[in-house]
Design a protein around this ligand. Structure first.
Ligand code: WT7
Length: 650
């Protein structure tokens, strides 16, 4: 640490560094550079600042129990309830303030004050109890972006029933796997939802999953999203959401005081093998870290109108669409539709209409906005914006500048935030009122996060050299473990170094002289496309399942699209029929979200002498990038052929 007065982040020599805007800094939640030093000095104890943003039923004394690494326990003797923290405690000061403003695909609007939210969360919690849900029972939620989704999460949290949200776009097969893996006996879903013009039947997917799943469900709750447009019949153990809530309207359910280490939710995500893994988040550490970063990194205040555009079906929506903003007591926007429906100015229209002051989205979305053109944001009054955030993949300096210029009025801080399903909350980012930004670089680790970019031996790499991003000490939002057990948890994430345990993020990275990290992408078999994470093996197994296919390799391209390279059995004519069969197989196995954007048929896949598919090379080809010497391959001659096929197919 130096004494440059910006928290040890001297960027004097870097012309690209953008200082925190002075007027922003004046009002920022974090404006004192000493915060870095304080965390360095105090160690885990400094995280009390995060836990103290919460209301505890029993105050914690111990901050971190690290007696059994890498099984860490945060605030282990404290007790709290997440729903009380997100709802009840705001009633005194702002019960009539809007908590959620929802915009549906057909132009519908619904608003919930904190008092409304309290009433419905309580009624649903009472209803769930009535159906037999007890503390520690896992409830699976399979819902699109409707208010009932955050309400159901909070109702579960209220009675200490961990939720297991499954992204609505995933298939029946994927839902069945997650119900079984989570050992879940309860399901909340809906009749259907709109996709562009069409009404889409979600209930039939859920029914299908119930047939496939090994676990027997005890009860299901069905939200009526489509009204008369889709009539679904309910079985004896299926209950209409509105009827259940009406029957318990006005009842209150005492929030269950949970141990800080008790499970708040499980979230399935892709790992290094084909089977998804159930990431478990504990109540206290998770909520503390999420609340602290919502406040200090996204700078959200109760008087903001804040919008995180991510789907609640993934971790970003959990942490920064639901728990972070509601724990902060702000007004949050929930949008059901897509950014280009009914028009390409939908996002800007919503920002203007709601005077959104803090907006958080992904580089994929920003790239689309750029493609559509600056005239769309420019035709709206976006002067309410005071901070912009981005997450999910690296943002290019060009996209960063475009976002700041055309959405942020030229001067809003643009905070690039790095984190993962497993980290629970933001781990690397600039503090917008303290730390200079460098477009294209995610930034230094947050105070209290010990990020290190290391080589194969675990030694820190020199500035500019690439290595693996690791976290060398625990943090409050960290996963408490995997549903699949300790062994898989250890195997997936942890390395024992000479100086202690290292968490492996799975990302490659470089670090510059100022300690700013640049993320290079995954180094394992995971790809990030469409703001989601897929295991390549899982997708490839589904493709190989299609009749006539022998081998497949899946990569992501620059635009977040899925490109599949496929070889066929002799005698099989690769054509439209096979393309459809492959797309259908992926839709069944994983969901619509996994439909490939391009399928490239090739006689062979490029392989090393040991037989490993050279996915990196295929990725470079898909991205139209230069690639290195291929002479060490077993079959170098196929590379040119694949390249010309890709070019020809545009
Ligand atoms: C992976 C985690 C929680 C965020 C949503 C995705 C990539 C995330 C950044 C960023 C470059 C990023 C990493 C990470 N990633 N943020 N700011 N810059 N890459 O959560 O599905 O768990 O994926 O997303 O590769 O490992 P996830």
């Amino acid at each position: 640490m130096d004494d440059s007065g910006n928290g040890g982040r001297s960027v004097d020599g870097d012309e690209d560094a953008v200082p925190p805007p002075a007027d922003f800094r004046e009002r920022a939640a974090a404006s004192d550079p000493a915060v870095y030093e304080r965390f360095d000095r105090e160690g885990p104890e400094a995280w009390r600042a995060a836990a103290d943003l919460l209301t505890w039923d029993r105050e914690y004394e111990t901050v971190l129990d690290d007696s059994h690494p890498p099984f860490y326990e945060w605030f282990p003797d404290g007790r709290l309830n997440a729903s009380a923290n997100c709802v009840d405690r705001h009633l005194d000061d702002r019960r009539n303030q809007l908590a959620i403003r929802w915009f549906g695909k057909r132009g519908e609007r619904r608003s919930y004050t904190y008092l409304d939210l309290h009433r419905e969360v309580n009624a649903l919690a009472a209803g769930l109890r009535d159906l037999g849900v007890e503390e520690d029972d896992v409830v699976t939620l399979y819902l699109p972006m409707v208010p009932e989704l955050p309400i159901a999460m909070l109702a579960c949290a209220r009675i200490g029933a961990p939720h297991n949200v499954v992204f609505a776009g995933l298939s029946a097969e994927a839902l069945a796997t997650r119900i079984d893996a989570a050992d879940s006996e309860y399901l909340i879903t809906c009749d259907g939802y709109y996709r562009r013009e069409d009404a889409f039947n979600q209930k039939s997917k859920a029914d299908n999953a119930r047939i496939r799943a090994e676990s027997e469900l005890s009860a299901a709750v069905v939200v009526d999203r489509l009204g008369d447009e889709l009539a679904v019949s309910l079985g004896d153990d299926e209950h209409e959401y509105d009827a259940l809530v009406d029957a318990h309207d006005g009842e209150t359910v005492e929030p269950v005081a949970r141990d800080a280490t008790d499970l708040l939710f499980v979230m399935y995500t892709s790992g290094t093998t084909g089977r998804p893994k159930g990431v478990e988040h504990a109540t206290g550490g998770y909520l503390a870290h999420v609340a602290w970063t919502t406040r200090k990194v996204l700078d959200v205040r109760p008087d903001d109108t804040y919008w995180c555009a991510a789907d609640i079906g993934w971790i970003t929506g959990h942490s920064y669409g639901v728990y972070g903003p509601l724990a902060t007591g702000t007004t949050t926007v929930l949008y059901e539709g897509s950014p280009d429906y009914p028009d390409r100015d939908r996002v800007w229209d919503l920002i203007e209409r709601n005077a959104v002051s803090v907006f958080y989205t992904s580089p994929t979305a920003i790239r689309s906005f750029m493609k559509w053109g600056a005239e769309y944001p420019e035709s709206h009054d976006l002067s309410s914006i005071r901070l912009l955030g981005t997450v999910g993949e690296s943002i290019t300096p060009k996209a960063w500048r475009w976002y700041r210029e055309h959405v942020g009025g030229g001067d809003a801080p643009v905070v690039d935030t790095w984190w993962q399903t497993e980290t629970g909350a933001i781990a690397l980012a600039t503090l917008p009122g303290v730390t200079p930004m460098k477009p294209g670089k995610v930034g230094p680790p947050l105070p209290g996060i010990d990020a290190r970019v290391v080589d194969d031996e675990g030694e820190p790499v020199a500035p500019g050299e690439s290595g693996y991003l690791t976290l060398a000490s625990p943090w409050p939002g960290m996963l408490r473990g995997l549903r699949e057990g300790d062994e898989r948890y250890l195997r997936e994430y942890w390395l024992r170094g000479e100086d202690g345990w290292r968490y492996r993020t799975g990302d490659g990275a470089t670090v510059d002289e100022d300690g700013y990290v640049t993320i290079l992408g995954r180094v394992d078999d995971v790809i990030n496309v469409r703001a989601q994470r897929f295991n390549t093996g899982e997708l490839e197994a589904a493709i190989v399942d299609a009749d006539g296919v022998t081998e497949a390799a899946v990569v992501g391209d620059d635009d977040g699209r899925i490109v599949a390279y496929v070889t066929t059995k002799s005698g099989v004519e690769p054509g439209e029929g096979l393309r459809d069969a492959i797309a259908d197989r992926l839709t069944d196995a994983v969901g619509d979200v996994a439909r490939p954007d391009r399928i490239v048929f090739t006689p062979e896949l490029p392989k090393t002498r040991s037989g490993k598919i050279m996915r990196r090379l295929l990725e470079d080809i898909a991205r139209g990038e230069e690639f290195g010497d291929v002479s060490a391959l077993r079959n170098p001659e196929v590379v040119g052929e694949i390249e010309s096929t890709v070019k020809d197919s545009g």
